[in-house]
Write a protein that binds this ligand. Structure first.
Ligand code: SF4
Length: 492
């Protein structure tokens, strides 16, 4: 169920996989609650009770709405995977809820997926022409069927997985079970996050490191781009693919999606957001009396902004935490009222002041316009807006719900025009270079597709990054190059 009063890029999915010498259902359930911010539409857990059989419980809603003592106690097994979902590909229906489970010649197979497969439509059409039938509309089913198909001829699960993945392009992190074996798999450019850690009694992979910490364990490292990791109770086995020499970690994980208490690529998300705030204050200074973060998304950025600018921070917007997900409103007018139900200004903080509102990003801009108006009506003499993500101008093809250019307020507008649209006295976004510097990574090691319109993989109709434009490469040249590089990786 989508919160229609929301004006934000929706979270993607969260995945987890565990192998332990204890029953894993309660660990998986706890992990899904920790990762709940990554997907609120559905949740599922699959566990292996013996070498071949996998049992799953899946349902629509938040993890605590799907699971109860009864169905959790029916899930007995020492290895399992879990998933929380916000649908990015496929409809919002029970058949699409993950983990998906299928039978194969070597036992049941279960798959949980975060991300999007860019060439899924083409592949699905091809396989349907070959007589394959699909029961859901997700690209996850496509992948699990391809893996099951490979397992017909290959007993080695890693080889079967690699053969299946050869044909897919996109950003993905999978947790996979083949019988009782648990695997974590990350796309060749590391677009979607996946980390490896220790938990009591075993090992785990998850979308975010905070899972290990909260389960009483610790982060070991990020799963490398293109790597397959197999978990056992005593250890983990890495089937590393030789690096393509390229990386493209999603910058939006740092800016907005990941929890601030997570660590990505050795960098604390909290520290990165504080640094983004500092950079924003340096790049887009403003004279003001008080900094007000949009709760909760702008809070960490505001800390850095205040440290750098010397302007004090105050809680000027109060959030009602009980009208979140289920506050469904049918039309624009009702949605506008919905923002008011969620946020209320504190007049004593705002009245007579020059206010800077800080948030992590602007997608459509409707909520920000209402916040600006709300703050003005509460007596602010000036309202300035500062944003910790560059202008979002292009869709995401790797699992974030930002699909069409016309949904973005920044499309076809200058910064001054956007400021006018949201009725702010001034607006300032962090620059792309400022963001890259604040993250502490290299430009070439990040996916910045939604802010540059240049993508790290081939996307029909879009430019590839590194000046490798669609125009300069014929389709067949690109196809040949990608296939050669992937084959070389797999063979060696
Ligand atoms: S396009 Fe944007 S949101 Fe999508 S993976 Fe790249 S950086 Fe992340």
């Amino acid at each position: 169920m989508r919160d229609l009063s929301a004006d934000r890029a929706e979270d993607k999915c969260g995945v987890v996989g565990i192998s332990s010498d204890e029953n894993v259902a309660s660990y998986l359930y706890a992990s899904l609650r920790i990762l709940q911010h990554r997907g609120q539409n559905s949740a599922g857990i699959a566990v292996s009770s013996d070498q071949e059989t996998i049992k799953a419980v899946r349902g629509m809603g938040l993890a605590h709405e799907v699971f109860n003592a009864e169905n959790l106690s029916s899930l007995t097994g020492r290895s399992g995977i879990g998933h929380v979902r916000y649908p990015t590909t496929g409809d919002d229906m029970l058949e699409n809820v993950q983990p998906l489970v299928l039978s194969s010649g070597v036992g049941d197979v279960a798959l949980a997926h975060n991300g999007d497969i860019v060439n899924s439509e083409r592949l699905r059409e091809k396989l349907e022409d070959e007589g394959w039938a699909f029961f859901s509309t997700t690209d996850t089913e496509l992948v699990i069927r391809m893996i099951v198909n490979e397992l017909k001829d290959l007993i080695d699960p890693v080889k079967a997985v690699r053969n299946a993945l050869k044909r897919i392009e996109g950003g993905y992190a999978f947790t996979l079970m083949i019988g009782s074996k648990v695997f974590g798999i990350r796309d060749p450019l590391g677009i979607r996050p996946l980390v490896l850690g220790r938990i009591p009694g075993g090992f785990a992979v998850a979308s975010e490191s905070v899972v290990f910490e909260m389960l009483g364990g610790s982060l070991i490292r990020d799963v490398q781009p293109g790597e397959i990791v197999e978990l056992t109770t005593e250890d983990y086995v890495s089937y590393s693919a030789p690096s393509l020499g390229e990386k493209a970690n999603c910058m939006f994980e740092y800016v907005y999606f990941a929890r601030p208490d997570s660590v990505i690529d050795g960098r604390s998300v909290f520290d990165v957001r504080v640094e983004v705030g500092r950079m924003l204050a340096k790049e887009r200074p403003v004279e003001a009396d008080v900094v007000i973060p949009v709760p909760d998304s702008g809070r960490t950025h505001a800390i850095g902004f205040c440290e750098e600018s010397g302007i004090p921070m105050s809680e000027g917007l109060m959030k009602n935490r009980f009208v979140e997900r289920t506050f469904i409103l049918p039309d624009q007018k009702a949605r506008e009222a919905g923002v008011r139900m969620k946020l209320n200004p504190i007049r004593s903080v705002i009245k007579g002041k020059r206010v800077v509102i800080i948030d992590d990003s602007i997608v459509r801009g409707t909520t920000m316009r209402q916040i600006v108006q709300m703050v003005r009506e509460a007596g602010a003499t000036e309202v300035h807006v500062r944003i910790g993500c560059p202008r979002i101008i292009a869709p995401c093809y790797y699992g974030i719900d930002m699909k069409t250019r016309n949904q973005f307020i920044a499309t076809g507008r200058t910064e001054a025009e956007i400021a006018k649209e949201i009725t702010a006295d001034s607006l300032g976004y962090i620059s792309i270079e400022g963001l890259v510097k604040a993250i502490g990574s290299k430009h070439a090691e990040l996916c910045l597709g939604c802010v540059t319109a240049e993508y790290p993989t081939r996307v029909p109709g879009e430019r590839m990054r590194f000046q490798r434009s669609i125009e300069s490469y014929s389709e067949s040249q690109i196809r040949h190059e990608v296939a050669t590089r992937v084959d070389a990786r797999i063979d060696s």
